[in-house]
Design a binder for this molecule. Structure first.
Ligand code: BG6
Length: 510
């Protein structure tokens, strides 16, 4: 009898060869993420034979110049290093197509070029379009692909599109973008990237929860006191990022996508199967259940936003947010945000999810911690001072990927003294090889037609609904809540500490 679980897993193992057409191919994303990901798949022998890459961009580059430029960056950033013996044949599969995004002729020539590549090199007629350009061109690109008939499936060949973030800047713009993309590609051929879903440890959240029998019975408000999700970054606005970031801010840049995706994976109900829609149906239910605070006062009490002042990070002096390159000196954009989120479901009723992200914190680290309730107030908990430290399950998303569990143990000796100890699992020592980069997994999944690790249309829109109601309260009212501040290199503003202290909690030290 056919088993949908197994069939799904078997299908996942089979990415198909195709031509990857990258719009915005001269940019950073292509150089630093996409090409190194495809190269590393080739190194590991995971890239389907015959995959071709065609860069589409405005600059007047040649195939050779494009390859050289990509090779230079690959040398610096590739996960497995750079081996000329692999790069040589790999680079021959890379091509460049110069065109403006609005030029109809450019797309006709693109269609011819794709035919020619298929004939000469065997891209097999499958096309994977990757929108890595600035989002303002997505409209034009979609329309021209449609006009050139490049979105159509032909003679058993597929055509799919991967859309890079930012996916809109608010709900209306995301809805518009969804309409534009879905007018050209079916939803089942649309892959909205959230690279956090491609991270090995993010994928492990579901495995931890549903492949072990010991966690799920206690994964609810009876046993869990609170959950924390932290995404800390030590960098600021290097490399000219200030221009984009100052228009976006931490809420739009990371909470709407990466952090809400992590929260959904922690909070979702077990899906009925592992199909893309099975998993995404459950995640979207979580997003729909997020409490919307009613008044600006409630929002101010549950959402703290802040900017950093000049300080020191890793021993080096750094400027404050408003002094950063391309940031408005009077900017009211947050570079840090901390939220108390409530998931109004039976399972999570009353359990706060504390979510924070900030630039110019002491280090780069992303982790989720599950804080369990204390043991009953008898026996050890009834002793003076109680038990030192409660049970905490920590999922380290990056770096030093792994999972640890804090338990209380008796200190060796004749008296009764207790101390928290850690049971720890590190990916690096347990599995002895580096995890693939998120983009490696995601590109392969798109070639296999598996959308599980991509955001579905309704997920993106629900996440925007949640973020918009906070953004509106910040910007629509004549009196926006104060912008808190913290010294660069510290763990964020005092207001965020106070928000947790009000309910007897504190942020976990990373
Ligand atoms: C991006 C954000 O989506 O994710 C950046 O735009 C952020 O601001 C980055 O730095 C973090 O990704 P990672 O994989 O380095 O944690």
């Amino acid at each position: 009898m056919s088993n949908p679980f197994r069939d799904e897993l078997v299908a996942r193992a089979r990415p198909e060869t195709c031509t990857v057409v990258i719009f915005g191919a001269t940019g950073d994303l292509t150089h630093r993420k996409l090409i190194p990901a495809l190269y590393n798949l080739a190194v590991d022998g995971d890239l389907p034979a015959g995959v071709q890459i065609l860069g589409f961009a405005r600059r007047d580059w040649t195939d050779d110049y494009f390859r050289e430029s990509l090779g230079k960056v690959n040398r610096e950033v590739s996960r497995t290093g750079h081996d000329d013996a692999v790069w040589g044949p790999f680079a021959e599969s890379i091509h460049y197509h110069q065109s403006e995004f609005q030029d109809t002729g450019g797309y006709q020539r693109l269609a011819e070029r794709l035919e020619e590549i298929d004939r000469r090199r065997g891209g097999a007629g499958n096309r994977l379009f990757y929108l890595a350009s600035a989002p303002e061109f997505f409209d034009d690109i979609m329309q021209h692909l449609r006009d050139a008939g490049l979105n159509e499936e032909r003679e058993g060949c597929w055509s799919r599109v991967i859309v890079e973030k930012p996916f809109g800047t608010d709900l209306p713009s995301a809805q518009h973008l969804n309409q534009v993309v879905n007018a050209t590609f079916e939803e089942s051929d649309t892959y909205r990237i959230d690279h956090y879903l491609g991270k090995e440890t993010a994928q492990n959240i579901m495995v931890l929860r549903f492949a072990n029998s010991i966690f799920e019975p206690i994964w609810n408000s009876r046993y869990i006191d609170s959950v924390q999700i932290t995404c800390a970054e030590h960098f600021g606005m290097e490399g000219g990022r200030g221009g984009y970031y100052d228009k976006a801010g931490a809420m739009r840049d990371m909470v709407q996508n990466h952090l809400l995706q992590l929260l959904s994976l922690v909070a979702m109900e077990p899906p009925t199967d592992l199909s893309a829609d099975g998993v995404r149906d459950e995640k979207v239910k979580v997003l729909r259940s997020l409490r919307r605070w009613d008044t600006p006062e409630e929002i101010a009490a549950n959402v703290i936003r802040a900017q950093y002042e000049a300080g020191h990070v890793n021993g080096k002096p750094v400027v404050g947010y408003r002094e950063e390159d391309r940031v408005d000196p009077e900017s009211m954009t947050e570079a840090y945000v901390a939220l108390r989120v409530l998931v109004d479901t039976w399972r999570w009723s009353g359990v706060p999810f504390y979510v924070r992200m900030g630039k110019r914190l002491p280090k780069k680290a992303t982790e989720i911690s599950i804080h369990f309730k204390d043991a009953p107030d008898v026996l050890f908990n009834a002793l003076p001072g109680g038990v030192p430290g409660g049970n905490v399950l920590v999922i380290r998303i990056q770096p030093d990927e792994g999972i640890s569990l804090r338990i209380t143990s008796k200190l060796p000796g004749t008296s009764l003294r207790m101390e928290p100890v850690k049971m720890d699992f590190h990916y690096a020592s347990s599995f002895g090889k580096s995890s693939p980069e998120a983009y490696e997994r995601l590109l392969l999944d798109a070639m296999a037609g598996d959308a599980t690790l991509f955001a579905r249309r309704d997920e993106v829109e629900e996440a925007w609904r949640f973020v918009d109601h906070i953004e509106h309260a910040w910007h629509a009212s004549g009196t926006p809540p104060p912008m808190a501040s913290y010294v660069a290199g510290s763990w964020g503003p005092k207001e965020a500490e106070d928000m947790l202290a009000a309910t007897g909690n504190d942020w976990r030290r990373l």
